[in-house]
Design a binder for this molecule. Structure first.
Ligand code: FNR
Length: 185
């Protein structure tokens, strides 16, 4: 039987009706059963300030403590101005410090970008890859998930209504499970 793996999910949007949050929730259902997905909320994080490295606010400490025990990290993010939303970048920065104590190092990761636009958040997806390379996170290369036309993607209960996208995301999560085992092994 496959080993249970804890996956911290970071959603790059704070919007109540966020397509990316809907995607993150849908992925919990589509993932292989040994992957235990849990969204780690980033809306309560204050802005990162290096002055507070020696005496970090409670919200930073709690966030780091939520990421540390995870076997892997899944990023589900919109694109803002061809990059990653500031709230997600802030969470990444908070987790990366103090220097030498990053909570991200070595954790396998995967990225899904979701946009109402046709390009599916390609710019955000690839800007994020740049940060994750520096953070020493091995990122799933294939398949890539740039999910466009999101306004037509979810039904009233938040499930992915398009069978093709549902199948693709099921395969994506299976590939991520395989990637986690490969990098852990
Ligand atoms: C956007 N949006 C957007 N979309 C895109 O495909 N490429 C982009 O560069 C941008 N830039 C951008 C900047 C800002 C400040 C906002 C508020 C929005 C549109 C964006 O994809 C759309 O609002 C999504 O619905 C955001 O994702 P959630 O909140 O639905 O998950």
């Amino acid at each position: 039987m496959a080993v249970e793996r804890k996956v911290a999910v970071l959603v790059g949007s704070l919007r109540k009706e966020s397509f990316n949050r809907k995607m993150a929730v849908a992925l919990e259902k589509l993932a292989p059963r040994n992957l235990k997905l849990g969204i780690v909320e980033i809306d309560g994080l204050t802005l990162y300030n290096q002055d507070h490295d020696a005496g970090p606010p409670v919200c930073w400490v709690e966030f780091r403590n939520q990421i540390r025990p995870a076997d892997a990290v899944l990023f589900v993010t919109p694109e803002y101005n061809r990059s990653v939303p500031g709230v997600l970048k802030n969470a990444i920065d908070v987790g990366s410090r103090p220097y030498g104590h990053s909570v991200w190092a070595g954790k396998p990761a995967a990225i899904v970008s979701v946009s109402p636009g046709a390009m599916g958040g390609f710019g955000a997806n690839h800007h994020l890859r740049q940060s994750l390379t520096f953070l020493d996170m091995p990122v799933l290369q294939q398949p890539e998930a740039y999910i466009g036309n999101a306004s037509a993607l979810f039904d009233e209960s938040g499930d992915i209504s398009n069978a093709g996208t549902r199948d693709f995301m099921t395969k994506f999560m299976a590939a991520f499970a395989g990637w986690i085992e490969k990098t852990k092994g």
